[in-house]
Design a protein around this ligand. Structure first.
Ligand code: NAD
Length: 447
């Protein structure tokens, strides 16, 4: 059994702290800033793998940060002004790639952080994409279907000269879905001079299957997480077909992960979403819960479990705790409550640095987000390839190829962990950075 690495691990010594890079780039480090936290973790790994200094400073800032404001006609006849972002972090490995989020708390630095994570993720799973991310500051639950469509079309037209099917390819994220990708791709196709070319629809992935979406994209992130667990858990002494787990978030990632794990025989004991927390020590039926969420909008009121408090949810004893909601939810206090052997990060950046330290001190193994949730971008890549070739794969082919990418990525992380003697998160960044460093060495820096 692999032993969890503790927070005071010798490999991450003061000389690895990237203060010099922050100073050189005049970044005033704010410990609460998600972008600064992410860059710091990446730069620590960069120093461990010996990434050249100029490559470190390139990666410490996004290539482009685009911010737009656009008016949208609301159903009652007035106009609201919306704020949108597209951040293009790095394209050394291929076109910028990353989701678009609709949420009231979308801020530039969070989008920058998520774009960095995309660069790392694409490199780790070896899909030929760089990292990007976008968002519109809005609450999609407060918008009618027509308003959502108009927000999407105006946002697409506001950034359409900055993206492209071979340059920057958005996808769904929190608060967006296949329908929104359909409106986005239609707007791009109608307003782009190349609109006669059918493959302009490649401008986004995560489209409905009828519009060129890939089979298996819907469940891809959950499926990828399950593939990673199958590869990693045996060495941690956990039998996936008999394990127990909790899910924080029961949307796309959480809902699919719960159902796929349930199908393998694992038992889902506790779930929390924005409507509340539920628990059943005999196991919650994930398919019945999914139907309930589709019908009512949340887990609250589900008859097959009892309602519990937030603290009871976090402290439920399980083998694996899976955050699949928003960023930074596992704070120090929550990490102290978690009663699991493994935390498998389905969400992006769900654990704060303080939460990370507590989990490591307590010997909880953390399987990091850039590995666990890379299934989504992997099948997005498959969708893009299928659109380019107009040859469409069966669901079985998609699953098989996804599994290959996920298993190889998990093995890369295991190898880096031993090679550099670091925790899993640092190892995943090391494995990603080795590839980016090789590509930069080969390409050089223009001119
Ligand atoms: P989603 O909108 O489908 O689901 C989000 C879930 O989080 C919902 O169940 C919601 O109720 C829950 N939630 C929101 N606020 C909460 C709160 N305060 N407390 C508890 N639960 C809360 O989003 P998703 O697509 O499943 O994405 C979830 C995470 O996974 C995000 O971090 C996203 O960036 C990441 N991710 C998603 C994909 C993908 O393919 N969808 C791919 C990679 C990473």
């Amino acid at each position: 059994m692999t032993k969890a690495v503790t927070a005071d691990h010798a490999s991450i010594s003061p000389q690895h702290l990237p203060a010099a890079v922050f100073e050189e780039l005049e970044i005033v480090r704010d410990p609460a800033n998600l972008f600064h936290q992410t860059i710091e973790q990446v730069l620590i790994a960069a120093q461990i793998v010996g990434l050249r200094h100029h490559q470190q400073i390139i990666l410490a800032q996004p290539h482009n940060e685009i911010m737009v404001h656009f008016p949208v006609l609301m159903d009652d006849g007035h106009h609201d002004l919306f704020k949108g972002y597209r951040v293009q972090h790095n394209n050394a490995l291929g076109p910028y790639k990353g989701g678009i989020r609709y949420h009231p708390d979308v801020h530039l630095d969070d989008v920058k952080s998520l774009a960095v994570l995309m660069t790392m993720k694409c490199s780790l799973v070896r899909v030929p994409f760089g990292g990007g991310k976008g968002g519109v500051k809005c609450n999609p639950r407060d918008l009618s279907r027509d308003e959502l469509m108009r927000v999407t079309r105006r946002f697409c037209s506001a950034i359409s000269n900055q993206i492209g099917p071979d340059y920057d390819i958005p996808a769904p994220d929190v608060g967006t879905n296949a329908q929104i990708m359909a409106w986005f791709s239609d707007t791009y196709a109608q307003t782009n001079p190349e609109h006669e070319r059918h493959d302009t629809f490649r401008i986004v992935t995560g489209k409905p299957v009828e519009l060129g979406g890939s089979l298996g994209r819907d469940k891809a992130t959950g499926q990828g997480l399950v593939d990673v667990l199958k590869e990693m858990l045996p060495e941690l002494g956990i039998d996936i077909s008999r394990m127990t787990f909790s899910l924080l978030g029961f949307g796309n990632v959480g809902g699919w992960t719960g159902r796929l794990l349930g199908d393998l025989g694992a038992s889902m004991l506790a779930v929390q979403d924005h409507t509340g927390s539920i628990y059943n020590d005999g196991g919650i039926d994930p398919h019945a819960l999914w139907d309930h969420v589709v019908e009512t909008g949340g887990v609250s009121g589900f008859r097959g479990a009892e309602r519990v408090t937030e603290n009871e949810f976090y402290s439920a004893p399980v083998d694996v705790f899976i955050p699949a909601a928003l960023e930074q939810m596992i704070t120090k206090d929550k990490a102290e409550l978690i009663n699991a052997k493994v935390v498998a990060e389905g969400a992006n950046a769900p654990t704060t640095p303080e939460g990370d330290a507590v989990l490591m001190q307590r010997g909880v193994e953390i399987l990091p987000a850039i590995l666990c949730n890379a299934g989504g971008v992997t099948v997005s890549y498959f969708e893009w390839v299928q659109n380019k070739s107009s040859v469409y794969w069966t669901a079985e082919e998609v699953d098989e190829r996804l599994n290959t990418h996920m298993v190889l990525a998990a093995r890369r992380v295991k190898v880096a962990r031993v090679k550099y003697d670091v925790d899993m998160r640092t190892a995943s960044y090391c494995a990603a950075l080795e590839q980016i460093g090789k590509v930069y060495d080969l390409r050089g820096v223009f001119p």
